[in-house]
Design a protein around this ligand. Sequence first.
Ligand code: 13P
Ligand code: SF4
Length: 339
Amino acid sequence: MTTTALSYTPQVERVTRPLYERIRHVMPEMEWAVHAPLVAAINELKRERNAVILAHNYQTPEIAYGVADFRGDSLALAQQGAATDAGVIVLCGVRFMAETAKIMSPEKLVILPDLEAGCSLAASITAEDVRRLKAKHPGVPVVCYVNAYADVRAEADICCTSANAVKVVESLGSDRVIFIPDGYLGRYVASKTGVEIILWEGACEVHERFTPEEIREYRRTQPGIHVMAHPECPPEVLREADYVGSTSGMIRHIADEKPRQVVLITECSMSDNVAVEYPEVEFVRPCNFCPHMKRITLPKILASLQTLTPAIEVDAQVAAGAKRSVERMLAVGRASGTT
Ligand code: 13P
Ligand code: SF4
């Protein structure tokens, strides 16, 4: 790719105009001029490579609306990774998400544009930790939030995401469950199910930083504001919220309720992306950045399509175990007809 090819030429301006029109109210034109040459180059190369780009809702708008073929929460990305016909999947998200795609489609080339895109939850627990928990609580089923690496998921009975955690735990019909690795999500599930949850105290470094005091302050300064929080937040934060749900749950809730003014207690890019879809809703934007999600950038996506690296590999035996727990989760969704 030459430097000329990466300039904001009239040709680049023309081919990317429809993409920009969609996001212009969340991005100044001066900023788009920087992204557009990369967007045009990525979209061209994506077609040549028969690649599909899957982006998590926390990716920035130039990725989510400029180059992604599909945007969604962790559950939707897992389903898309399993369903796509493309030979190459570029996962714009973090490593555990790319591992899910690889586990579901081992024959495909799955690329994560920056292998350092990790997650504080996934880093909080090892497969050995899970084996120790199982030895301490024999016979108690293990539910693993997908924000964990493949070897950890392989030790679990079933996976869940924030969208289906309550349903997955209820599906087990057990009065005790080991829930890993998110302690806050585990507490939220306990509060909704009455199931005794044996917790692992991992936490999302983005959501654990929100406080009930800041929510009370938004309510004081913006009377009538609708507060929506992700269940990775601490319980005292969730108690202050009008709605608790996964990133896609928040989008559905906004579509249904059409609140006038909203604060999303979650990662920063979420508000920008939802504002693209609902320009009539006013988003108050205090938020926290995920440093891992933000490792994914347009230049890295372009480089990864040029070189078809870095590829995600998962050991075959680990993948088989992890696939079983992800598939059990997807089957719970199908049985309840909701996912
Ligand atoms: P969901 O999009 O599944 O709600 O996950 C949020 C998250 O923190 C992913 O890293
Ligand atoms: Fe992990 Fe939290 Fe970042 Fe999601 S937002 S990738 S849970 S650190």
